[in-house]
Design a protein around this ligand. Structure first.
Ligand SMILES: NC(=O)c1ccc[n+]([C@@H]2O[C@H](COP(=O)([O-])OP(=O)(O)OC[C@H]3O[C@@H](n4cnc5c(N)ncnc54)[C@H](OP(=O)(O)O)[C@@H]3O)[C@@H](O)[C@H]2O)c1
Length: 309
């Protein structure tokens, strides 16, 4: 079968077509015929080897993790899905292939009115921010919440979910993305190129930091005492954070059916939109270009490899 991935860690030039065989499923897996793949920064963090010290994977690796497709076979123990079901899901690696041996516990049923290209943008980004909002920060209506990185995959979902639960949503982005983010529900968009958030924001109840590095010190400044910071890139409390009794949470997403299905259903109901920046064909050049675009750090919403292109 056609599969795209890496034989050695490195940059996009190392992405090649692999000599792969159609996967055999075990009793607990389903075989999915892939229709679209969503790209996430973690896909190129795996490919470059930047996480290999703690994530041990055997090379070659079929790349990418978010997928949408159709179930073509189910293992003996699988109750949740049947052949012919349209599905969306997460697999750590292995998505950029014609067939995926997938874990049904990390998949959701895809309603007929959501196309595969849209669906493939959902799993990793939406589940991460969903879990940050509901399982880590426990955001309440009317709380003041800042998302650092509103125009990214996590940010575009996060703004919408927070707006839906009645939080007041502040976010950082480039000026060109302000109108889009306001249309998704952001109350205030701060252009981080021209404005220091510490000059314009204070007393935040919660900050979600999807950028990391220098932004973390700003997060501590704008949070109110006893405020909560959820970082997806690892944040350590500094002296100020300790003085203000901030709760600093380091989130590692747990991809599962229970959080994915309501997100997919919300998209089917038209409540939540998947912002798609660009689609790419399922080819070595297409996957390389998608990964390079993600590495630019300026994709708006999601990047999708569309197998029908
Ligand atoms: N811990 C976990 O479980 C977990 C799970 C998922 C993702 N992550 C990580 O979370 C991070 C974000 O993921 P993502 O999918 O949202 O990334 P993404 O879609 O690639 O984010 C791109 C966006 O970042 C914005 N951006 C870049 N620099 C910025 C800055 N200094 N301030 C504000 N916005 C800035 C850009 O907006 P402009 O173009 O408007 O500047 C762009 O739209 C990644 O590093 C990813 O690996 C962690």
């Amino acid at each position: 079968m056609k599969a795209i991935g890496i034989k050695e860690y490195g940059g996009p030039e190392n992405i090649v077509e692999l000599d792969a065989t159609k996967p055999q499923i075990n009793d607990d897996q389903v075989l999915v015929e892939t229709k679209a793949v969503g790209i996430n920064p973690f896909d190129w963090k795996i490919a470059t080897g930047s996480v290999k010290a703690w994530l041990k994977l055997k090379l070659p690796i079929i790349m990418d993790s978010d997928f949408a497709g159709v179930v073509v076979a189910v293992g003996a123990n699988v109750q949740e899905f049947a052949a012919g079901d349209r599905v969306v899901g997460f697999t750590l690696t292995g998505a950029s292939a014609e067939y995926i041996a997938a874990d049904p516990k990390k998949m959701a049923l895809l309603p007929d009115n959501v196309d595969f290209t849209t669906a493939a943008g959902v799993p990793e980004a939406s589940m991460t921010i969903w879990q940050g909002i509901f399982n880590h920060a426990h955001v309440q209506p009317n709380e003041k919440v800042l998302i650092q990185g509103g125009a990214g995959g996590l940010g575009t979902f996060g703004i919408q979910i927070l707006h839906q639960i009645g939080a007041k949503v502040y976010t950082t982005a480039s000026a060109k993305n302000a109108d889009l983010l306001k249309s998704l529900g952001a109350d205030e968009v701060i252009d981080y190129h021209t404005t220091k958030i510490t000059d314009v924001l204070s007393d935040m109840d919660v900050v979600f930091d999807t950028i990391g590095g220098d932004t973390v010190a700003e997060d501590f400044e704008v949070l109110k005492p006893y405020g909560r910071l959820v970082s997806v890139l690892g944040a350590q409390p500094n002296e100020l954070a300790k003085e203000k009794h901030l709760r600093v949470m380091d989130e590692s997403a747990d991809f599962n059916h229970l959080d994915l299905q309501p997100m997919v259903d919300s998209i089917a109901l038209g409540k939540t939109k998947v912002v798609i920046d660009k689609t790419f064909p399922f080819s070595v050049d297409g996957v390389r270009e998608a990964i390079e675009t993600s590495q630019s750090h300026h994709a708006v919403g999601k990047l999708i490899v569309d197998f029908s292109k």
